[in-house]
Ligand binder design. Structure first.
Ligand SMILES: NC(=O)c1ccc[n+]([C@@H]2O[C@H](COP(=O)([O-])OP(=O)(O)OC[C@H]3O[C@@H](n4cnc5c(N)ncnc54)[C@H](O)[C@@H]3O)[C@@H](O)[C@H]2O)c1
Length: 273
């Protein structure tokens, strides 16, 4: 370990179970010397095992529905009390689509579900940033990261309305990041991660085929949740102080591929040539 986050204080959203990207990030942040508060939606607390993570990392848990500004205000205030000062890093690792859950086709959405998923997956990021800024909760050169997926730029049909939510989320990172950078020297970025076998990931139709396809397309193979955590730690560290307003691909090279030898061979075999 490198002590990259020694003395830094943070808030980590979205650790549901040990597969969660946020869970791995919390473990790595702890190893790198950070102290932080863990948070998740009250309902997820009942389903998940976040208490184990809190014990392991010596952290306190504050429940917050990320769509509720009131919950977020309480979270940010209490976090500063618990951690004894302003915040250096925040991870937004939140995603949910009711249309995906209910297996509604992208072309035939229930718009109440669309609205809910958009609020949870995208607007919640604006709310988090807004509360942090209003409360002057971030230290200078602090860093906020949200997780996204490449369906924001390219078509992945089964990603459904989450594609639109991710496009919106990435735009918030740029638009809000401008003001947060200008006024408070806080950086805001999104990490566009490979398909990863988590609760949210596995909820996407055809996930098994899809994750293998991405793996075979990427020269370095898919990035794991732990590797995503490692990358996130670098963005929380002082080594990346001038990186902001970026959507950063962490996908083994997938996003710049057209086709790979392995995928080609699959189709050549199929044709019996
Ligand atoms: N798994 C993948 O393939 C993949 C790929 C790229 C990006 N991502 C993104 O990574 C992030 C983390 O997802 P994950 O894959 O670790 O899955 P996960 O299911 O472990 O995490 C999603 C989290 O969102 C939380 N959440 C849902 N509604 C909430 C609310 N109202 N308030 C607060 N929290 C809420 C859940 O409780 C859960 O902890 C998401 O933004 C996801 O879209 C995932």
């Amino acid at each position: 370990m490198y002590n990259l986050l020694k003395g830094k204080k943070g808030i980590i959203f979205g650790a549901l179970d040990e597969n969660s990207i946020a869970w791995k990030t919390a473990e790595r942040a702890h190893e790198e010397g950070a102290t932080f508060v863990l948070t998740n939606a009250p309902i997820a607390m009942r389903m998940g095992t976040i208490n184990l993570l809190a014990e392991k990392t010596g952290s306190q848990i504050i429940p917050a529905d990320a769509t509720s500004v009131e919950d977020l205000e309480n979270l940010v205030e209490k976090s500063m009390e618990i951690l004894g000062g302003k915040i250096d890093f925040v991870l937004h690792s939140i995603g949910m689509s009711v249309n995906v859950r209910k297996k509604n086709h992208y072309t035939e959405q229930n718009y109440d579900f669309t609205h809910k998923g958009w609020d949870v997956s995208a607007v919640s990021f604006h709310k988090v940033l807004s509360v942090l800024k209003k409360k002057e909760a971030m230290n200078q050169w602090g860093s906020v990261v949200a997780l996204t997926y490449m369906a924001a730029q390219r078509v992945f049909p089964d990603y459904n309305d989450m594609a639109d939510n991710k496009a919106y989320l990435e735009s918030i990172a740029r638009s809000f990041g401008y003001f947060f950078g200008r006024d408070n020297k806080v950086r805001v970025n999104t990490i566009s991660q490979s398909p990863t076998a988590t609760t949210a990931g596995k909820g996407v139709k055809g996930f098994d085929g899809f994750i293998e396809y991405a793996n075979q397309m990427s020269p370095l193979g898919n990035a794991s949740a732990l590797e995503c955590a490692d990358y996130t730690i670098t963005l929380f560290s002082d080594l990346t102080r001038k990186v902001t307003l970026q959507n950063l691909f962490h996908d083994g090279g997938f996003s710049n591929m057209g086709v790979s030898q392995m995928v080609m061979e699959h189709f050549v075999e199929k044709q019996g040539k």
